[in-house]
Design a protein around this ligand. Structure first.
Ligand code: HSE
Length: 401
C-alpha cells in the first residue's frame, strides 16, 4: 500500500482526497497497489468531518514518517510551501504540487533536490488545471524541438473576455460577473494583470527549453485596458480578443510575451470560451498540437494532481529525468517581438501621417464615433513604440496573433 499525505485541505486538496476515493479501484489497478491518504496537513480542524482523524498541524509529522512516499502540496503561495516541499524531498518523499507560484519561483531547485534524493517533483496541475501538458512536453515531444508555445492560460480572464465579446459588456461588468460566479478572486489583480498567465508560460517555457525562465523577465500586459470599442473593431475584423501567453523559440533563444491579442475566427484558440484553457505547441517535427480542457476547478485540477501521484507511486525511488536546469534563460528584449497591430487613432488625424507611420494594410472607419483604426504591417515592438510616439495621440492598440 502506498501511503500519501496532502498538505492543504482547500478546494484542490479536498478534490484530491475526493478523486482518490471516487476512483480507488481503477487507481489501484494502475499503480498495482492501494493508494491511501494517511495525513492531511492544515492549520484548521474539521470537527464532524471524517477527514479530521487524518488532520495534522505540524509538517514534520509527515516528513519524519517513513511510511509516507508521496506528498501532495495544495497549499498555494511560495512560503511555507517551498520550505515544506523541500523538507519532504530531502526526506526522500516525492512531492506533487498544483502551485504555480511555487513552481515558477523554485521549480528548478525543487527538481534538483528531488534528483539528489532519488524521488520526484511533479507539477502537472500547476499549468492548465486538468489539461495534461507538462508531461506530454517532456515525454511525448521528445523527437521535437519546440518552436512555439501559445496558450490561453487563465480561465478568469478568458471568461471575462468571452463575456465582453459575446454580450458586449464592459470589462468592469464582466469582472463583477466573474467574481459573483466565484471565478475571480476579490482581489483579481493576479489574473487580470496577466501575472498568473505569465507564471504559467514561464513554467511551460522552462520545461520546453530545459532551462529556468524567470517569470519577471517576461513582458506582461493584462486585460484591464481592453474596452468594448476594441471588441467592436474585433467583430468588424471577424476576430476576438484573447489573453495569450506566447513563447517563440529558435536556436536556443526565446522571445516571450503575455498580452491580449486579436485572434482570427479560423484559429483553433478562437473557439476556446469561458473558463476553458488551451495550449498550442508547435514542434519542428510534429507541427502543431493543441491541448484543451478545464484550466481550473476542484476536480479537473485534482485529476492532474492524482495523475502525478500515480506516476510517483509507480516510479518509487526512480527519479524521472525532467530537463529543467537552474541555468537561467533570459528571453530576448520584448521590443524585438514582431506582430501586426490594430492602432486606434482620432478620426481627425492626418491621413498622410498615419499612412507614413503605420503603413496600414487596412483602415477601419465608422466603427467607433470620432476615431479610425489601422491594421499595421508586421513590425517590432520598438518600431511600433516609435511610430506611436510620433503619432502622439494613439487611443489604444492591440496586437494581432
Ligand atoms: N486563477 C486561475 C485561473 C486559477 O483563473 O485560471 C487556475 O490557475
Amino acid at each position: 500500500m502506498a501511503k500519501i499525505a496532502v498538505m492543504g485541505y482547500g478546494t484542490i486538496g479536498s478534490g484530491v482526497v475526493e478523486a482518490l476515493s471516487m476512483n480507488q479501484k481503477s487507481i489501484q489497478a494502475k499503480t498495482e497497489e492501494e493508494v491511501s491518504v494517511k495525513y492531511v496537513l492544515d492549520l484548521r480542524d474539521f470537527p464532524g468531518d471524517p477527514i479530521q482523524e487524518k488532520i495534522v498541524h505540524d509538517y514534520q509529522v509527515i516528513a519524519q514518517d517513513p511510511e509516507i512516499s508521496v506528498v501532495v502540496e495544495t497549499m498555494g503561495g511560495v512560503e511555507p510551501a517551498n520550505t515544506f516541499a523541500m523538507a519532504m524531498l530531502k526526506a526522500g518523499k516525492s512531492v506533487v504540487t498544483s502551485n504555480k507560484a511555487l513552481v515558477a519561483e523554485y521549480g528548478a531547485e525543487l527538481m534538483e533536490t528531488a534528483r539528489e534524493n532519488s524521488c520526484n517533483f511533479f507539477f502537472e496541475a500547476s499549468v492548465g488545471g486538468g489539461i495534461p501538458i507538462i508531461r506530454p512536453l517532456y515525454t511525448c515531444l521528445t523527437p521535437d524541438v519546440v518552436t512555439e508555445i501559445a496558450g490561453i492560460l487563465n480561465g478568469t480572464t478568458n471568461y471575462i473576455l468571452t463575456e465582453m465579446s459575446q454580450k458586449g459588456v464592459s470589462f468592469e461588468e464582466a469582472l463583477k460577473e466573474a467574481q459573483a460566479l466565484g471565478y475571480a478572486e476579490r482581489d483579481p489583480s493576479a489574473d487580470v494583470e496577466g501575472h498568473d498567465a505569465c507564471r504559467k508560460i514561464a513554467i511551460l517555457s522552462s520545461v520546453a527549453m530545459g532551462r529556468k525562465v524567470v517569470f519577471t523577465d517576461i513582458h506582461t500586459e493584462g486585460i484591464t485596458h481592453v474596452t468594448t470599442e476594441d471588441f467592436a473593431y474585433a467583430k468588424e475584423l471577424g476576430m476576438s480578443i484573447k489573453l495569450l501567453g506566447i513563447s517563440k523559440m529558435a536556436d536556443g533563444a526565446m522571445e516571450s510575451i503575455v498580452a491580449p491579442f486579436l485572434i482570427r475566427a479560423d484559429h483553433p484558440l478562437y473557439s476556446v470560451q469561458d473558463v476553458f484553457n488551451a495550449v498550442m505547441v508547435t514542434g519542428n517535427v510534429v507541427d502543431q498540437l493543441m491541448f484543451f480542457g478545464r484550466g481550473a476547478g476542484k476536480l479537473p485540477t485534482a485529476a492532474a494532481v492524482v495523475a502525478d501521484v500515480i506516476e510517483a507511486v509507480k516510479l518509487k525511488d526512480v527519479s524521472e529525468a525532467l530537463p529543467w536546469s537552474k541555468e537561467v534563460l533570459t528571453p530576448d528584449d520584448y521590443r524585438s517581438y514582431e506582430s501586426r497591430f490594430m492602432v486606434r487613432l482620432p478620426e481627425s488625424m492626418d491621413e498622410k501621417l498615419y499612412q507614413e507611420l503605420f503603413r496600414p494594410q487596412k483602415v477601419l472607419k465608422g466603427i467607433v464615433a470620432g476615431e479610425l483604426a489601422v491594421i499595421t504591417e508586421s513590425m517590432t515592438e520598438a518600431q511600433y513604440l516609435e511610430a506611436a510616439k510620433k503619432a502622439g495621440n494613439v487611443i489604444g492598440s492591440t496586437r494581432l496573433y
